[in-house]
Write a protein that binds this ligand. Structure first.
Ligand code: 2AL
Length: 249
C-alpha cells in the first residue's frame, strides 16, 4: 500500500525526519511517500500559517489521487486542513495530533501533550476539545521554542523537551506523553528510554492506524459533510485548486 506522509510546512529537512520515523514503523509492503508542501510557511505555528498551508496540502492530495494513494497522513500537530483533505479523497486521512491522542487514550487514563510554542499549546487545546479528548488529556505543555529550533543542535531542544515531559509526569500525574510537533518524531526512542512511559509521536501512530484502516478496507465516508466538494469555479490565484481541477473532473 502507498501512504503519503505530507509535511504541510515547506522545510524539507523536517520532512526527512518525518519520513525516517514513518519508514521505521511501516510494514513490509507499505511504501511511504514523503511530501514537502510546495507552498506556504517554513514552519506552522499559528492559525494563519495553518490556513495558508491548505493550498499545498490540496496539491499534495491531488497528486496523491493521481498516484492511487491508499492513505494520507497530515504531518503537522495542528492537523491543518484535515476535514478539507478528507473531502478530496475516499482514502483515509489522518492527522498526527488526532492519531497520537487516540493512541495515548488506549494506553493511559491520562496523558500530557508537550509541544513547541505557547501559541501552539493553545491551538492544541482547541484540538483536544474538537476531538473530545479533554477527559483523556491532563495538560498541554509548551517548551516555548519555535518549531525550526528543533532542528538546531545548539537550541537545547532535546533537554527542554525531556524536562517538560518529566514535569508532566510528576505534576500532571500523566502516564503517557504525546509529542506535539512532527519535528519531534526522532525523539521517541530516546524519550521512552528516559521516561519509562509510553511516548507517542503522531507520525508513527498515524502510519500504523492508516495501515490498519486500509487493511480493514475502510476509507473516508462520502456520505454527509465529507462527500466530495461541490463543483464550482474558483477565482483568483487558487482558480486551479477548484474541486473539479483537483478531482480531475
Ligand atoms: C507544527 C508541526 O508539527 N510542524 C510545524 O511546522 N508546526 N506544530 C507544532 N505544534 O509545533
Amino acid at each position: 500500500m502507498k501512504i503519503r506522509v505530507i509535511n504541510p510546512n515547506t522545510t524539507a529537512t523536517m520532512t526527512a525526519t518525518i519520513v525516517t520515523a514513518a519508514k521505521a514503523v511501516a510494514s513490509p509492503g507499505t511504501e511511504i511517500i514523503g511530501i514537502t508542501s510546495s507552498a506556504g510557511a517554513v514552519s506552522i505555528e499559528c492559525h494563519y500559517d495553518e490556513a495558508m498551508s491548505i493550498v499545498g496540502l490540496a496539491e499534495a492530495i491531488r497528486d496523491g489521487e493521481r498516484d492511487h494513494t491508499d492513505a494520507y497522513i497530515i504531518a503537522c500537530f495542528g492537523d491543518p486542513g484535515l476535514l478539507a483533505a478528507r473531502e478530496l479523497t475516499r482514502a483515509p486521512v489522518l492527522g498526527i495530533a488526532e492519531a497520537a491522542m487516540h493512541a495515548a487514550s488506549f494506553l493511559a487514563t491520562g496523558f500530557s501533550v508537550v509541544t513547541t510554542l505557547e501559541r501552539t499549546r493553545i491551538i492544541a487545546e482547541h484540538l483536544l476539545r474538537n476531538y473530545g479528548m479533554e477527559h483523556h488529556c491532563r495538560r498541554v505543555r509548551a517548551i516555548d521554542l519555535p518549531v525550526l529550533e528543533l532542528e538546531n543542535p545548539k537550541s537545547n531542544a532535546r533537554q527542554m523537551i525531556l524536562q517538560e515531559c518529566e514535569r508532566a509526569l510528576s505534576e500532571d500525574k500523566s502516564a503517557a506523553i504525546v509529542l506535539g510537533c512532527a519535528g519531534m518524531a526522532d525523539l521517541v526512542d530516546w524519550l521512552s528510554e528516559k521516561l519509562q512511559v509510553p511516548v507517542i509521536d503522531g507520525v508513527t501512530a498515524g502510519v500504523k492506524f492508516a495501515e490498519a484502516l486500509v487493511g480493514l478496507k475502510l476509507g473516508t465516508s462520502k456520505r454527509g459533510d465529507l462527500a466530495f466538494p461541490p463543483h464550482k469555479p474558483y477565482k483568483g490565484m487558487i482558480a486551479d485548486l477548484a474541486p473539479n481541477s483537483i478531482l480531475g473532473k
